[in-house]
Design a protein around this ligand. Structure first.
Ligand SMILES: Nc1ncnc2c1ncn2[C@@H]1O[C@H](COP(=O)(O)OP(=O)(O)OP(=O)(O)O)[C@@H](O)[C@H]1O
Length: 297
């Protein structure tokens, strides 16, 4: 049976007299990767900061059954986080940062070395952080979030500044830790990357939750398209539009498929007018299109 590790209830936040979050409610199940998505300024970072008690807010945050409030949040010891920019001290080395962050236990040293290996930080971990590039700082921030093997980790745009190899390394590490039971709440504008990671999605728009769904459900409800090349695209478009096909783009001719407007119907209509279909490709809307559609509704 699924177990809730994070519950957010009736979360409201105003900055001055401007309300930013409106009654946010959601739950995260143990061992899931949950994507928090939405346009710039939707409120994703503010939600994460409220969960982590980095800002004061109204509402209730419960982590593994324990209430966490702005003034009392011992449970946050079991939560790792990278929100906005990692806090880096220029005159300390990467390893010193990890030493500061690691919780004291017999295996602290091993845990530090393990995260260094997992994120391939070996080459520069003993250099002073003032020499680090943006991506190197970001990787150190991720290492700091994960070094204590938290039960829950909150990552705000963790792929920012990472090269393709580092992005892949991070993806593999997140998936490995998830398989070991870690829960991840992650925001990213790189939706293709999120599609490879998240199984649950929470869509935020203008400070409100507009959709809670699973990746599979969202992708299954996606629109389907067909792209065709014909002997006469102009005439084909005219004919298909008259009978109710929706033309999404003209060159190449891309049409929306529905229960009524099927490939079979399309072929029949064109064949009757002696228009030959020379090439045909099916396309499914990707995560980006589905989310843009949700936000537009
Ligand atoms: N400290 C602050 N003071 C005033 N307004 C703020 C503050 N922090 C955030 N906001 C406002 O709250 C809204 C939500 O911001 P937030 O950073 O949570 O959005 P976001 O979804 O994370 O956006 P992005 O994808 O651009 O990071 C924005 O309108 C922002 O201007």
């Amino acid at each position: 049976m699924e177990e809730t590790i994070l519950s957010v209830k009736n979360l409201n936040k105003s900055f001055g007299n401007r309300q930013t979050l409106f009654d946010i409610n959601f739950e995260c199940q143990k061992g899931h990767i949950i994507g928090l998505v939405g346009a710039n300024g939707a409120g994703k970072t503010t939600i994460m900061k409220a969960i982590l008690s980095l800002i004061k807010s109204e509402g209730q945050v419960t982590i593994d059954g324990q209430k966490s409030t702005f003034n009392h949040h011992p449970i946050l010891k079991r939560v790792g986080a990278l929100v906005e920019y990692p806090g880096i001290y220029p005159y300390l080395s990467g390893r010193d940062h990890l030493k500061l962050f690691v919780t004291d236990s017999n295996d602290s040293k091993e845990r530090i070395q393990k995260i260094i290996n997992d994120l391939k930080l070996n080459n520069y971990i003993d250099q002073k952080a003032k020499l680090y590039s943006l991506g190197m700082k970001q990787k150190l921030g991720i290492a700091m979030a994960l070094v204590n093997q938290p039960d829950l980790v909150i990552l705000d745009e963790p792929m920012n500044g990472l090269d393709p190899q580092a992005t892949k390394d991070l993806r593999e590490l997140i998936l490995k830790r998830r398989d070991q039971g870690m829960t991840v709440l992650i925001s990213s504008h790189i939706l293709g990357e999120l599609q490879k990671l998240a199984e649950d999605l929470i869509v935020i728009d203008h400070g409100k939750v507009i959709k809670k769904t699973t990746m599979n459900e969202l992708l299954a409800s996606n629109q389907h398209f067909v792209v065709i090349k014909t002997s006469d695209d102009v005439e084909a478009q005219k004919l298909l539009e008259i009978v109710g096909f929706q033309v999404v783009s003209q060159s190449p001719l891309r049409l929306t498929l529905t229960k009524e407007n099927t490939v079979e119907r399309l072929m029949n209509i064109l064949m009757k007018q002696q228009i030959t279909v020379n090439d045909m490709q099916h396309e499914d809307a990707d995560l980006e299109e589905s989310i843009l559609k949700l936000i537009a509704e």
